[in-house]
Design a protein around this ligand. Sequence first.
Ligand code: NDP
Ligand code: 8X3
Length: 257
Amino acid sequence: MSITINDKPTAFITGATSGIGLATAKLFASNRINLVICGRRKKRLNELKKELSRHTKVFILEFDVQDKKAVFEAIASLPDEFSNIDILINNAGNAHGLDSIEEGNIDDWEAMLDINVKGLLYVSKAIMPKMIKNKAGHIINIGSIAGKEVYPMGNVYCASKYAVDAINQGMRIDLNKHGIRVGAINPGLVETEFSKVRFKGDDGRAEATYKGYKPLQPEDIADVIHFMVTRPSHVNIADLLILPTAQASATIVNKEL
Ligand code: NDP
Ligand code: 8X3
């Protein structure tokens, strides 16, 4: 399978230290896609760079997507070799808390909107100009089933992912004239560190999220991301909902407990 964007494409992956971003970085590396891997956990980024550099060229950017200045400075600091981004995977994000709206924690609300929505916008804003100049590029936004369906206590996380859905559509419309592909993947339940973060280290609750059925694995989503970026250049997969077989909707999961 050949990459159609560029013979030696460079991908920029936010949230590459864990879960879906990590699995995507590994799969891209094994397919010789050059990588800019991003996240806040420097130690993990260093270890990953060491591992993936056996297959491809890797550059680390350590920044918090909420920090507008840090985002722009980090991306402006990319050496020439990594500065033409062919593929942007807007993946960094999490849910913080699972509370009924009247009991919601304002810090959690701000984190979800600042990271999942504003962070995605900052990174995109910094990367789009060169894609526009090059008249090529592919942006994949990681949304969620939570951006297609609101579920009990999902409130602000769902709002953040509905925003990602709207931004994905808006980007596709506005970047159409520049020949840039834009598409979203909206997963259901994927077994990552997502629930550890949502439940703030309550490992029992996090583990229970994935018990009694076979959840998606981060590699399942990475496979689809790789499929999307390896379509011929006239093909843009615009919007995908991917669920574990046991999941029918945000609230219907066939668990054997
Ligand atoms: P993980 O918790 O395993 O990974 C989240 C990644 O996002 C980490 O690499 C983390 O890196 C990064 N990240 C989080 N906050 C920030 C921040 N402020 N600045 C920079 N990076 C940040 O979760 P997933 O892999 O599951 O999540 C990836 C995406 O998939 C998210 O957008 C999530 O909403 C979405 N998703 C997940 C589903 C699931 O069931 N797991 C289902 C549907 C969508 P670090 O901590 O090093 O900064
Ligand atoms: C993550 C999946 O169902 O916890 O976006 O919202 S869910």
